[in-house]
Design a protein around this ligand. Structure first.
Ligand code: IPE
Length: 246
C-alpha cells in the first residue's frame, strides 16, 4: 500500500485565497491512475484551510479558538475536498471520502477505524482524507495537518512507501542555491522557518517524514508539478526528490 499526501501548495495557489490549481490537480490525478497497488490519499489545506485558520488565529495547539472559525475552516476544507473528489471521478477513479473525524477522536487515532481504511483501499476505492479543524474537547479545538495524518496513518497501516507531493523538488540543504538533499537517514537538517503556515510548513513536514522513516519505512518528497516523478518513485526507478530512508 502507498500513502500519498497532496500538499496544499500543489493543489492550491497559496498566494491567493481560495484558489485551486485545477490543472495541477487533474494532472496529478491522471498520474495516480498508473499506480497498480492500493493507495490512500491525504490532502492539505493550502489557500483554503490555511487562509481561514490564519484569519481566525487558529493553530495546531488545542485552545479555545473561535467556534465560527472552526466552522468556516471545516467548510472551506469540504469545498477543496470536493474539487479533489470531482477530479478523481472525472478521471474515472473511485474516491472514498473520509473526513478525519471518521478515524480521529480528539487528537487520538482510532486504530480500528484506521485499519478499515486499508480494507477500503484494498477493495478498489481510493480513500481520500484531509487536514481539518477538529473539536478537541472542553471547548477547545485545533488544526490537524495533513502531514500529521500521514504519520498517524503510516504508524498503523505500515505502507510500503509514504510520499509527500510538494511544490518544490524536495528538501534543499540550501534554499538559495536550491541544492537538493537526495537522501537522509534519521537526523533532521536545519530548516528555515516559513512564517504564514499555521501547521508549521516544511518544518512540520520534515518532522513527520522523519517520524515515519524512524519506524522503518521509506518516505519520499517529490515535486507535484512533475507528477511522473511520483510513478518513478513507486516503481523504484531513477528518482528525483528527497528520500528519507527507513
Ligand atoms: C492544513 O493541512 C489543514 C488546515 C489548515 C485546515 P496541512 O498543514 O497539511 O496543509 P498544507 O499541505 O500545508 O497546505
Amino acid at each position: 500500500m502507498i500513502l500519498i499526501k497532496l500538499g496544499g501548495s500543489v493543489i492550491t495557489n497559496k498566494g491567493k485565497p481560495l484558489s485551486p490549481r485545477r490543472k495541477s490537480i487533474d494532472k496529478i490525478v491522471r498520474t495516480l491512475k498508473k499506480i497498480n497497488e492500493p493507495i490512500v490519499i491525504v490532502h492539505g489545506g493550502g489557500s483554503y484551510g490555511h487562509y481561514w485558520s490564519i484569519k481566525y488565529d487558529m493553530h495546531a495547539k488545542p485552545a479555545k479558538y473561535s467556534t465560527h472559525g472552526v466552522s468556516v475552516v471545516k467548510n472551506s476544507m469540504i469545498e477543496l475536498n470536493k474539487i479533489i473528489l470531482d477530479s478523481f471521478l472525472k478521471n474515472k477513479l473511485n474516491p472514498y471520502c473520509l473526513p478525519p473525524t471518521d478515524f480521529i477522536s480528539g487528537n487520538k487515532p482510532i486504530t480500528k477505524k484506521i485499519k478499515m481504511i486499508e480494507k477500503i483501499a484494498r477493495s478498489g476505492f481510493i480513500p481520500v482524507t484531509y487536514g481539518d479543524a477538529l473539536w478537541y474537547g472542553q471547548k477547545k479545538s485545533f488544526i490537524l495537518s495533513g502531514d500529521r495524518i500521514m504519520s498517524v496513518l503510516a504508524t498503523i497501516l505500515k505502507p510500503r512507501l509514504s510520499i509527500f507531493v510538494i511544490n518544490v523538488d524536495g528538501l534543499y540543504s540550501n534554499i538559495k542555491t536550491k541544492k537538493l538533499i537526495r537522501e537522509l537517514k534519521g537526523r533532521k537538517p536545519l530548516i528555515s522557518k516559513s512564517s504564514k503556515d499555521v501547521t508549521g510548513g516544511m518544518n512540520r513536514k520534515v518532522d513527520e517524514a522523519i517520524k515515519i522513516s524512524k519506524k522503518d519505512m521509506n518516505v519520499f518528497f517529490v515535486n507535484g508539478n512533475k507528477p511522473e516523478r511520483i510513478i518513478d518513485a513507486i516503481n523504484r526507478k531513477k528518482f528525483h526528490g528527497t528520500l528519507f530512508r527507513g
